[in-house]
Design a protein around this ligand. Structure first.
Ligand code: PHE
Length: 427
């Protein structure tokens, strides 16, 4: 449940549609699904098996099973978790703010067809940008500090199906908007000539991001999983749910974007611009809008908890810190790093190269460090740890794992070659 909570989040509803829009719609979708089901599922199983076997944080697990050199892969995960949380909380803050926006004057703008202006003025306001970010990160720190993560995850059992139902309602509304057909075509009718190395690299980055892979999360969570759990089923459910939610989000966003004349490649604001516009066209739109963003914020919260947990578990296992100390110290450090991201979206010019600070943090983690980390994990399990992995997954031969051979060759060859190829080609 925690793994599903980590996987389902802003990655599905905010990042997936805008990356899909940026890389050409349907063609990207095809690649994405293939990557998630083949490479993503395999790497998730590899990570969980590592964690459950070693019973340590990400860095410690890889050091224990592979020696000092392999602990670098754990470090890459630590780095990604730290950096991603810093900007993820900014977007989560936007979701939080949109719980209340419907009841303010700015929402009236969405009702007048000015959802884009509403969004731009919102993220460009420095006080709002910082304060909602602080709310998001403070809630995360509090949950991890108080050790109430379990309670949140249990409540997700009810809340996530609710998110699912609202998504279905939104799909019906979006598809019945005049002009929605073009969006549907854009999303579902692939033009395979649009598949470039860059698109594939982004599909890998997005699927790892969405499945919380290569950043220590699934190793850390695996370390808490009991021996009685059959990992392949767990992994299958998490990947299927995660991919389904992302797919459904696209069924709302693209038809709506076309109906309202929003460019599908308009970037990180895509979801936040199209959704209020859809809500504005629904009966009781304000209530639905608010409810939707409450659920989205909770989905984001369980993802943020998992990111912070990677960093905190490391500090406890490797540095010997107490949980409260680790949570506060790491939480504050991440908060400091997040401030420039929060401000970089219109309030101030904070750029690295051609990218805003937030985009750069997202790029360096998802397109650079994460693919390398994922490649190395697959390689490690495929070539260095295959026998032990088999024993771990089958409980020393007591359980069947019929797809073992397929899985291990994906880890050995398919994943490293695919990731390595698009990575180098893209550079
Ligand atoms: N998977 C989360 C999402 O899709 C984001 C995340 C990435 C969480 C990495 C943990 C680790 O929103």
């Amino acid at each position: 449940m925690a793994a599903a909570g980590s996987a389902v989040g802003l990655g599905n509803i905010w990042r997936f549609p805008y990356i899909t829009g940026k890389y050409g719609g349907a063609a990207f979708l095809v690649v994405y699904i293939a990557v998630a089901l083949i490479i993503g599922m395999s790497v998730m199983l590899a990570e969980m098996a590592i964690g459950r076997n070693a019973k340590l944080d990400a860095v410690g697990s890889l050091r224990k099973l592979g020696g000092q050199g392999w602990s670098i892969v754990g470090w890459m995960g630590f780095f990604c978790a730290f950096v991603i949380l810093s900007y993820y909380a900014v977007i989560a803050g936007w979701a939080f703010a949109y719980i209340f926006e419907p009841f303010t004057d700015t929402f009236a703008m969405a009702q007048q067809g000015k959802a884009a202006e509403m969004f731009t003025s919102f993220i460009g306001n420095p006080v709002k940008a910082i304060s909602f970010f602080l709310v998001a990160i403070a809630v995360t720190i509090t949950v991890i500090y108080k050790g109430i993560a379990g309670g949140i995850e249990k409540s997700c059992k009810v809340l996530m199906p609710a998110l699912f139902v609202i998504l279905l309602i939104l799909i019906v509304r979006a598809l019945t908007l005049p002009g929605a057909g073009a969006g549907l075509e854009y999303y579902l009718k692939p033009d395979l000539s649009k598949i470039t190395a860059e698109a594939v690299l982004n599909a890998i980055g997005q699927s790892f991001y969405s499945l919380s892979l290569a950043m220590g999360v699934m190793i850390t969570y695996g370390s808490y999983v009991g021996k009685d759990v059959y990992l392949p089923s767990t992994v299958r459910s998490v990947v299927l749910v995660d991919t389904l939610i992302a797919f459904l989000a696209g069924l709302v966003i693209f038809p709506a974007a076309f109906a309202f004349g929003v460019e599908p490649n308009s970037g990180p604001g895509l979801t936040f611009i199209t959704l209020p516009a859809v809500f504005a066209k629904m009966p009781m739109g304000k209530v639905f809008c608010s409810a939707f963003f409450i659920l989205l914020f909770i989905a984001a919260l369980t993802s943020m908890m998992s990111l912070l947990e990677v960093v905190v578990t490391y500090s406890i296992d490797q540095l010997g810190w107490s949980r409260p100390k680790a949570t506060i110290a790491m939480g504050l450090a991440i908060t400091l790093l997040g401030i420039p991201s929060a401000l970089s979206q219109g309030a101030m010019e904070i750029n690295i190269g051609a990218k805003s600070f937030l985009d750069f943090a997202d790029y360096i983690t998802n397109n650079v460090v994460m693919p390398i980390g994922g490649l190395l994990i697959a390689f490690f399990v495929g070539w260095r740890w295959a026998e032990s992995a088999k024993n771990e997954i089958t409980d020393n031969g007591q359980l069947e794992f019929p797809l073992y051979n397929v899985w291990i060759w994906v880890c050995r060859v398919v994943a490293p070659v695919a990731i390595g190829y698009v990575f180098i080609k893209n550079i």
